[in-house]
Design a protein around this ligand. Structure first.
Ligand code: ACO
Ligand code: OAA
Length: 370
């Protein structure tokens, strides 16, 4: 009997249907519930996109107003969550802080194990509303600054920046941030979403699935790359050093963070939109040096490896310009991706099958104790 084929990393394996999003590398497109993400990024708010991902349709005026009112009412952090964050050392990575905070919220929810669609939607909304407060609180405590309370007269992104920096930046900055939130929201069966679906498939609760997804997103091959891109930029220093730096890095067989993708082999569909948002920030902050470095590394990588940037490449420098510390970048991804993760958790539960693949044993032959 021949051995079954092994699909290392599940590359190329189709494991289920999804109606949440469609990633098409042939047309270099990404649809959320049928809508091109570029159109959503220019015409919709992050709140409308969250509604779309959860409900399958964009909200009408009344539905959006209700959604916004509810989201704004849930933004404040409970004291028990703040206390747990306060007790975590500053040596803890912010992703560990977010992961722990979500776990605490879950442990304090008396309805944690109610997996009805209504309850899971309510939990998803609560996490969507609270994640900005968690990220902002952690960013501020690392800067020895006090908590800034949420404002319910502001939209999601403006309030997120207000809670982080103590004021609302120019509209161009809020818009660029909102675009990044929309682009990061959903991407089919990526590693963190698949993790959430695996955990959900055991009938564990939504919080457990989200905590697991945060763990999967932390890695540098996935969400952690937006932070790693900035470390690369800091290591290189300036545009004129990019090509030599890249040659040395490739000679050492290093992976260049923010480049390459498991599904897209000819460029990430989201990059042009995020690069345009980055360009508005470069103009706003008069940061052409950063833009030059971005272009120089991208060009050198294309020449040497013909590998294109993924979404983390423009997002990292955008978050730097907005003012976030580098290690806060992946938690920003969490704040956005909570929408996609929870949409998939609800979809998985809607037609569940335990996810349990097979493996081919290659250990010692059967043997026995004397
Ligand atoms: C939002 C996101 O999560 S997007 C992904 C973010 N992650 C990163 O930016 C990390 C850097 N990129 C990578 O490590 C990879 O491109 C991945 C993990 C994203 C995709 O990996 P895979 O689909 O497994 O591709 P794989 O690693 O097999 O790459 C194919 C070839 O391209 C090379 N390659 C791919 N990406 C890179 C890179 N960023 N730097 C250098 N070489 C690369 C590989 O070394 C390999 O070369 P080889 O055939 O000579 O061995
Ligand atoms: O799809 C992937 O493998 C990774 C990615 O781009 C994402 O999760 O946004």
């Amino acid at each position: 009997m021949t051995d079954p084929a092994i699909h290392k990393g599940l590359a190329g394996v189709v494991v289920d249907f999804t109606a949440v999003s469609k990633v098409n590398p042939d047309t270099n497109s990404l649809l959320y519930r049928g809508y091109p993400v570029q159109e959503l990024a220019t015409k919709c708010s992050f709140e409308e996109v969250a509604y779309l991902l959860w409900h399958g349709e964009l909200p009408d005026e009344r539905q959006l107003a209700e959604f916004e009112t509810l989201e704004r009412s849930l933004r404040a952090l409970d004291d028990n969550v703040k206390r747990v964050i306060d007790d975590l050392p500053l040596t803890a990575h912010p992703m560990d802080v977010v992961r722990t905070a979500v776990s605490v919220i879950g442990a304090n929810d008396p309805d944690a194990s109610d997996s009805s669609p209504e309850s899971n939607l309510a939990k998803s909304m609560s996490l969507l509303a609270k994640l900005p407060a968690i990220v902002a609180y952690d960013q501020r405590r690392r800067r020895d600054q006090h908590l800034v309370e949420p404002r319910d007269d502001l939209g999601y992104s403006a309030n997120f920046l207000h809670m982080t920096f103590g004021d609302v930046p120019d509209l161009v900055v809020v818009n660029a941030f909102d675009v990044s939130m929309i682009l990061y929201a959903e991407h089919s069966f990526n590693a963190s979403t698949f993790t959430a679906r695996v955990i959900t498939s055991t009938l564990a609760d939504l919080y457990s699935a989200v905590v697991g997804a945060i763990g999967a997103l932390k890695g540098a091959l996935h969400g952690g790359a937006n932070e790693a891109v900035m470390h690369t930029f800091d290591e290189i220093g300036s545009a004129d050093k990019a090509a030599a730096w890249l040659d040395a890095a490739l000679a050492e067989k290093r992976k260049i963070m923010g480049f390459g993708h498991r599904v897209y082999k000819n460029g990430d569909s989201r990059v042009p939109t995020m690069k345009a948002a980055l360009d508005t920030l470069i103009a706003e902050y008069d940061a052409q040096d950063l833009g030059d470095l971005y272009d120089a590394l991208e060009t050198a990588m294309a020449e040497r490896k013909n590998i294109k940037p993924n979404l983390d490449y423009p997002s990292g420098p955008a978050y730097r310009l907005i003012g976030f510390d580098t290690e806060m970048f992946t938690p920003l991804f969490v704040a956005s991706r909570i929408t996609g993760w929870t949409a998939h958790i609800m979809e998985q539960l809607g037609s569940n099958a335990l996810i349990r693949p097979l493996s081919l044993y290659n250990g010692p032959d059967e043997r026995h104790l004397d």
